[in-house]
Design a protein around this ligand. Structure first.
Ligand code: NAD
Ligand code: UDP
Ligand code: UDP
Length: 350
């Protein structure tokens, strides 16, 4: 199936999204052929338009809840909205994407004997009792809450991955990704880093949910993608699961203050209610990634924030930030915005 040397045909589902677009770019730079399959729910054509002229890149509008018959050597299964605003917009579809999507992509991997990597999440740990979170921790997840469509969907996908591995010998890799940020997050994505930067650049209030003392560990996208690539290529391989994230832990309030400082913004902090089931702490134990494939993050928060601020500043200068009062927020769910992409399930209003 290999083309020549180490060149491979690689399927990236969710390839027009934030992480997927960076991954497609890196795979092409390594000489692989890339098939990007995306339904443009939260991803945009703009994220990958600079790749469209490359003859080794192919873009396919496809929903992973439907079967897909292609011939590939590797699959990165990233298709799934990741922002709470977006995955809660159509929670039934979110579970279907994780579960039916996993079944279809695993069925495909089984048929063509492809190695398949699942973009799982730190959300499988829920609101953790164990801190930092090692892969051996089974998590504390509410099965019936507003985040469950995502958390339990991803947990079920992990189950399917391991059962296809045990039952059918599928070559799997399960990566548990912790909060990742960087250029190409959508300005109305709704996640904390993009919200705060957009708010700070516009001089709007910085919306801190709850008292802002909940923590997250933020990984810059370049580090994360390097981790996924190394995990996929690691020989001898192992299925994982493996945490990929930056162990630097910050409160949400510290993040707000850092964004205000780095942007030189006049924004003030405005407190808003904490969404239900919002985890109080998050920090990856990354010793396994280090020992299995020599990976650790290198880009610290300040440096990563500067690069991300530059990106959003560019959008602001180009008049491409959303109008005032319409940056993403949890209450009232302002769903995906997709400049350049087509609407599939969400009313896109970019
Ligand atoms: P994103 O929303 O930018 O990208 C998701 C992509 O999947 C989008 O392009 C979207 O259009 C596509 N998609 C959604 N449903 C689909 C479907 N049914 N069929 C085909 N395509 C579909 O989010 P992201 O941050 O790039 O996340 C990518 C993956 O990584 C997701 O699976 C997410 O759960 C996982 N992850 C991300 C983070 C993070 O902090 N960024 C953390 C943990 C896990
Ligand atoms: N599938 C797919 N592409 C393939 C092979 C399978 O999308 O190349 C899907 C198909 O929808 C199937 C699912 O993957 O239902 C699971 O496949 P599997 O072979 O495990 O099960 P079965 O075909 O028996 O349902
Ligand atoms: N958050 C916030 N203000 C925002 C967006 C998010 O205070 O405008 C908080 C949110 O309540 C959570 C943390 O920031 O505690 C991370 O939220 P995000 O949606 O980025 O990801 P999560 O880790 O919750 O999936």
């Amino acid at each position: 199936m290999r083309l020549y040397n180490n060149q491979r045909r690689v399927l990236v589902t969710g390839g027009a999204g934030f992480l997927g677009s960076h991954l497609c770019e890196r795979l092409l730079a390594r000489g692989h052929e890339v098939l990007c399959a995306d339904n443009f729910f939260t991803g945009t054509r703009r994220n990958i338009e600079h790749l469209l002229g490359d003859p080794r890149f192919e873009l396919m509008r496809h929903d992973v809840t439907l079967p897909l018959y292609v011939e590939v050597d590797q699959i990165y299964n990233l298709a799934c909205p990741a922002s709470p605003v977006h995955y809660q917009h159509d929670p039934v579809q979110t579970t279907k994407t994780s579960v039916h999507g996993a079944i279809n992509m695993l069925g495909l991997a089984k048929r063509v004997h492809a190695r398949i990597l699942q973009a799982s999440t730190s959300e499988v740990y829920g609101d953790p009792d164990v801190h930092p979170q090692p892969e051996s921790y089974w998590g504390k997840v509410n099965p019936i809450g507003v985040r469950s469509c995502y958390d339990e969907g991803k947990r079920c996908a992990e189950t399917l991955f391991f059962d296809y591995h045990r039952q059918h010998g599928v070559d799997i890799r399960v990566a548990r990704i912790f909060n990742t940020y960087g250029p190409r997050m959508h300005p109305r994505d709704g996640r904390v880093v993009s919200n705060f930067i957009v708010q700070a650049l516009r001089g709007d209030p910085i919306t801190v949910y709850g008292d802002g003392l909940q923590t997250r560990s933020f990984c810059f996208v370049d580090d994360l993608v390097e981790g996924l690539l190394r995990f996929m290529e690691a020989e001898p391989g192992a299925p994982g699961p493996v945490n990929i994230g930056n162990p630097g832990e910050f409160t949400v309030r510290e993040l707000a203050e850092e964004v205000i400082r780095l942007t030189g913004s006049t924004s003030r902090i405005a407190f808003a209610p904490l969404p239900s089931d919002d985890p109080m702490q998050r920090r990856p134990d990354v010793r396994l990634a280090r020992s299995m494939f020599g990976w650790e993050p290198h880009i610290q928060l300040q440096e990563g924030l500067r690069k991300t601020i530059d990106y959003f500043d560019g959008l602001l200068s180009a008049g491409e930030l959303p109008p005032a009062q319409r940056s993403a927020r949890r209450s009232g769910v302002v769903p995906a915005a997709s400049t350049g992409g087509a609407t599939v399930h969400a009313p896109l209003d970019a």
